[in-house]
Ligand binder design. Structure first.
Ligand code: BGC
Length: 519
């Protein structure tokens, strides 16, 4: 019954379409993803530049040029280089928790502004770095920026979007992450050729996406949901009319008002998240980002150039291959923008999972075949062999780019009721950043110990996560944001966690009455 409320009446009750205004604001807000993406793409290339390694990590550099005969799996195993990459994620982890309060009390726009300013400062310090301390301080500031932006942008997009195109609009965030990664890959390729200071340009280039998000945060309008939550209903109504391009927005407005009322009764969203009726939301806020990172994607994103060097590629070939992979990442994200509101979230999750599983297994076999357990190649790397590995990595990255990449931002941003939305999103980002940190920090050591089994380890995790989605994630396509509770109510496992009064509340909203939402 609950599902019917969501499905049958949506078109009539939420007549607003995707307006040019929403599209333009969403594209602008989604540029917040550029700062995150630029960073992911830049660190791998920079840590493989000889001049950078020689200046900051001379021992690692010496190993790289003198130690050609040792085990290839363990060649780059140095915690200090990984600390450079992963320090950002520790900072982002803590900031996303603070950002929840800023977003709830002051709105997403201010969270984006803080994010942009902190990121700009970090990029400037990194570009001028003279020692490892400056590098780490700069990266921590970048992390503070990413924490603010990733907390606020996906929520902003989901709240602005009409329900029929919420998936596509939200995924513009992931699209800009992938564009950021690609631009960084390409710049690394060229800057690596500039004397001893090309890495300074790579790191300093991060100031450009920071300026874009700063400007965006100033000119963007507030979402109606955020205005209501902050006690400005009249402005919220006029914004909603403008956003949807029609006058009749009563149903949606009433729902947002009801959600706003419920939200006001919640003084401690963090404590509330632990309430039994939020158990499904809490589970997804932890499981989805955890699984996203344990697809193994960032092994490729951060360390593709190093991984390719491990396989015996030359310097240029390593950076070019990373660029090709970055290109696939962008194009495949477009597939999910096209399909997410047509085929649904679960289909993409499951298809992507199967494709990634197969690729992990094959790449593991290829590498195992070549390097065995000793890590010493059986013969010099042949070109066709290298090309085969790159092709399968591209197929793997494409699968990620139309499944776990965008959906791990989209699904959490649409499943939380307004009263716990900011807190839920913060939890999602923190778990994501924590797992990114763990992978970034442990990758080189894991490769050294697990050898080619490293890829089989990720294959088994991809298997588990695909099963998890199949059994436990309800489909959220085509359901208005503030009616999302019906999907849990209809789910075979989660239904017993959701209180019955939620449906009654929805029915009251339907009838234009004030619901009695019990928190
Ligand atoms: C993930 C990142 C990843 C990127 C790759 C994002 O959704 O959160 O960790 O590097 O996708 O495109």
């Amino acid at each position: 019954m609950g599902g019917e409320i969501g499905k049958q009446d949506n078109k009539k009750d939420h007549p607003g379409k995707l307006t040019i205004y929403v599209l333009a604001t969403s594209i602008l807000a989604a540029t917040g993803g550029l700062i995150f993406g630029y960073d992911i793409g830049i660190s791998g290339g920079v840590t493989s530049m000889a001049s950078f390694l020689n200046k900051f990590f001379p021992t690692v550099y010496k190993n790289e040029i003198t130690d050609t005969s040792t085990n290839q799996y363990c060649k780059f195993n140095g915690q200090i280089v990984t600390l450079f990459t992963s320090s950002l994620y520790v900072a982002a982890l803590f900031t996303s928790l603070i950002a929840s309060t800023v977003t709830r009390k002051l709105g997403s726009k201010l969270s984006m502004l803080f994010g942009g300013i902190l990121y700009f400062t970090g990029a400037t310090i990194n570009a001028l770095a003279q020692n490892v301390a400056m590098l780490i301080i700069g990266r921590s500031l970048l992390g503070f920026g990413v924490g603010f932006a990733n907390q606020s942008v996906p929520l902003y997009l989901s709240e602005m979007a009409p329900y029929q195109s919420r998936g596509a609009l939200n995924i513009i965030f992931q699209l800009s992450i992938t564009i950021g990664i690609l631009v960084a890959n390409v710049l690394n390729y060229f800057f690596a050729k500039i004397g001893n200071w090309g890495w300074r340009l790579s790191l300093g280039g991060a100031t450009f996406p920071a300026i874009i998000i700063i400007i965006a945060s100033i000119v963007l309008p507030d979402t109606p949901n955020s205005l209501i939550e902050r006690g400005m209903p009249a402005k919220a109504l006029s914004n909603l009319r403008k956003i949807r391009g029609i006058e009749q927005v009563d149903k949606e407005f009433n729902e947002i008002m009801a959600a706003g009322e419920a939200s006001k009764k919640v003084q401690h969203p963090w404590k509330n998240v632990l309430h039994r009726k939020y158990r499904p939301h809490l589970t997804m806020a932890i499981a989805i980002p955890f699984f996203q990172q344990f697809t193994g994607i960032n092994v490729i994103m951060f360390y593709a150039p190093i991984l390719f060097k491990t396989l015996g590629f030359g310097d240029d070939a390593s950076l070019i291959s990373a660029g090709i992979i970055g290109g696939f990442n962008v194009l495949a994200t477009l597939v999910s923008i096209y399909g997410v509101d047509k085929w649904g979230r679960k289909f993409l999750f499951i298809e992507g999972g199967i494709q990634m599983f197969v690729c992990h297994v094959l790449v593991g076999i290829f590498i195992g075949f070549k390097f065995g357990l000793s890590g010493i190649p059986s013969s010099p790397l042949q070109q066709w062999y290298a090309i085969l590995v790159v092709i399968f990595i591209c197929i793997y990255v494409s699968a990620f780019a139309w499944s776990w990449g965008p959906l791990a931002w989209l699904v959490p941003s649409e499943i939380f009721p307004l009263e716990i939305r900011s807190a839920g999103q913060s939890l999602n980002i923190s778990v994501n950043m924590l797992c990114t940190f763990v992978i970034a920090q442990l990758f080189l050591t894991m490769l050294c110990h697990l050898k080619f089994g490293f890829f089989l380890f990720f294959a088994s995790l991809v298997f588990v996560m695909t099963m998890f989605i199949y059994f436990f994630l309800p489909e959220t396509k085509g359901i208005p944001l503030e009616e999302m509770n019906v999907v849990w109510k209809n789910h075979w496992f989660w239904r017993s966690f959701i209180d019955h009064h939620v449906l009654d509340d929805l029915q009251m909203v339907e009838n234009g009455q004030q619901p009695d939402i019990v928190i």
